[in-house]
Design a binder for this molecule. Structure first.
Ligand code: APR
Length: 309
């Protein structure tokens, strides 16, 4: 078995940082593609030059052509415009759909067996577009949002309790928008239900901060959006697939009746392994949680309808 190949489309903040995490974890060889001449080449060379210092062994190549992506095992798609203060993720739809359509066509032609991990926003809609345009089975097309959103929730809980992030497990459902549904009932600190450690109002505040977590970073950065945590999330998904870890992670997947939803890409807990999305886990929900999920699904459906596919 040769070395694995991870291609990353978009050498911007998210793409370049994803290349960094993937190379450092030695997931395989990394190919970074961008339309800007010199950008992927420069970042890839710089990253490779860090490898003797950090001691990771991964070839890292930057290119403006898709030839080097041939026979990729995993392709992480980050190409597209990020939001600026005052913008919602939906405002990116028209610009980013064109980019995703052209990128997916080029990727699929050269890597017909790859797993696609979409990071470009609006996330659920771009994942749906990639699923439809690729013609791939649903097991091989997924979006990265839930890993990021739960990581934010976990980080806020750790900050609030003054405990290690390592001990916090959280789950979340729904679209990658302000209506996402963090699930405190399925959130624990070393197995201790969150409700035993924090009062309800405090949990509500952390849930609200999680929903607006992307905007919080955009408002601080002013010229772009988050990239460390989003890229780490995408690479964690790639790792689960490449190492057949069978991790249970919240991911954006194409639903065929799960949670009463059809023909939509939506955040749900999935089992990620060598076959990609190997299972979708259906949680028992309260009426209140069901209503929140339905509301989030309505927003995602509206956005998908905008594609007029
Ligand atoms: N093919 C390849 N790369 C492209 C294409 C294309 N057709 N169109 C744009 N790009 C590249 C840009 O040249 C740029 O280098 O995508 C890169 C995007 O990088 P940034 O502008 O730094 O954006 P980033 O912060 O990485 O976010 C990328 O991820 O989280 C989402 O909302 C975010 O949609 C945005 C995406």
């Amino acid at each position: 078995m040769g070395r694995k190949k991870i291609s990353i489309i978009g050498a911007g903040f998210v793409g370049a940082t994803a290349a960094h995490w993937a190379a450092e974890k030695e997931l395989g060889d990394v190919v970074v593609v961008d339309i800007i001449e010199g950008l992927p080449q420069g970042k890839a060379l710089d990253l490779f030059e860090a490898s003797p210092i950090e001691g990771f062994d991964a070839r890292v190549i930057g290119t403006n052509s898709y030839e080097e992506t041939k026979d990729s095992d995993v392709v992480i798609i980050t190409s597209g415009v990020p939001r600026k203060p005052g913008m919602s993720r939906e405002d990116l739809l028209d610009v980013n759909r064109k980019i995703i359509e052209s990128v997916v066509a080029q990727v699929v032609e050269r890597s017909p067996r790859a797993f696609l991990i979409i990071v470009t926003n609006p996330l659920d809609t771009m994942t749906y577009l990639a699923y439809k345009k690729s013609g791939f089975p649903r097991e091989r097309v997924m979006g990265m949002a839930g890993v990021l959103d739960t990581a934010r929730f976990r980080a806020f809980i750790a900050m609030e309790l003054g405990v290690s992030v390592e001990d916090i497990q959280a789950l979340l459902l729904g679209g990658h928008g302000d209506e996402m549904v963090p699930l405190p009932r399925y959130t624990t600190v070393s197995g201790i239900p969150l409700s035993q450690l924090l009062p309800r109002e405090k949990i509500e505040r952390l849930v609200d901060r999680t929903r607006k977590g992307g905007a919080e970073i955009v408002n601080l950065l002013k010229t772009g959006s988050a990239f460390y945590a989003p890229s780490a999330g995408a690479v964690q998904m790639a790792e689960a697939i490449l190492k057949d870890k069978k991790r249970i992670l919240p991911c954006c997947a194409y639903l065929q009746g799960e949670y009463g939803l059809k023909d939509i890409c939506f955040g749900v807990p999935v089992k990620l392994g060598a076959k990609g999305v190997e299972a979708i886990i259906e949680l028992e929900l309260t009426e209140e949680e069901k209503a929140l999920v339905a509301k989030s699904a309505d927003s995602v459906k509206k956005s998908i309808a905008e594609l007029k596919l």
